[in-house]
Design a protein around this ligand. Sequence first.
Ligand code: GLY
Length: 371
Amino acid sequence: MTDSERLARYTSALEFAERQVAHLVEQHPGYFPIYTHEGKWRHEGELWTDWTGGFCAGMMWQFHRRTGDPMWRERAERYSKLLEHRQHDRKVHDLGFIFLNTYLPWYQLTGDAQLHDVLIQAGRTLAMRFQEKGQYLSSFIGPESLFIDIMMNVPIIFYAGLETNDEELLRVAQAHCRTTAHRIVRDDGSTTHEGIFDTQTGEFLRESTHQGKSADSAWARGLAWSLYGYSKCYGLTNDEFYLAISERNAAYWLTHLPPDHVPYWDFRADLSLPPPLGAQKESSAGAIAASGLLDLARQTRSPEAAARYRETALAMLDALTEPEYLAVNTAGWEGILKHGVYHTTKNLGVDESVMWGEFFFVEALTKVVCE
Ligand code: GLY
């Protein structure tokens, strides 16, 4: 594919994405879905945890960034505003997901101090999850639990700390990143989903998982969260330690990605078994990793690694823009990307569209189209 063919293909996929999100806004105003059921966004399925509002609103900001269309800005502001109260939400560890994709682009566009205040408060609220004994931010599960997913949220604490010169916020964010790296990122660059700690002593007890195949497996989305999260932390702090962890994750990703460039839900799934426990694709992990690798390609010191990261990101996006994954030819399907997975063991959103897959797919394509 030539560069101009790729740009045309990605632009067309983004236009399809715009139509799907516009349809969601018109059909279900003010509704923040998490995953589809048989391709439909509105259903009674369990949320597990309420963490994805920033992705729906975030796509609207991405559409505005590319098109400059005032309609997308109006929708982006309206949907972002609906999330403002979450700046005080102490029940989730997802305040980076919610605010970095909404209030940050809004603030960057306007310089409005009230928007900045919301970002700072969200960073401070997330920092309250810090467990001094174990030196990590705890997941929504409880004080004993550290999730790899939090690596994508800790950047809002760095952001708040840097913007306000708050050494305490920076200490918490740095400690979390180091504990995560030492406890749940493995030497080969793979990751486990969760670390369990003794809350009395802070001692690390064991690896664990909720959404991966097993504690000692390599849940694909968790690895993508780590790769992209450490890259984001490096972008904010210039701390080489974070760049090294992200590159270690990328090395695992690149050497284990299947030949068709779309990951299975777990890199250690038994592919002789049928879906959902065996050969189940997970498009959202591919979209997250593609967006992260595009950034990492600009950050790495190695020109060879930069070329490999970018080529892999584009190969993944090429695969995801095929009709096998892009729902463009699937009549009645309300999502953008098919074949995502939310929670296999709970049977939530398995082989469906998932809101973070939609967002990171749109974000990655927009990076390529707008660069
Ligand atoms: N728990 C966040 C995720 O599903 O990736």
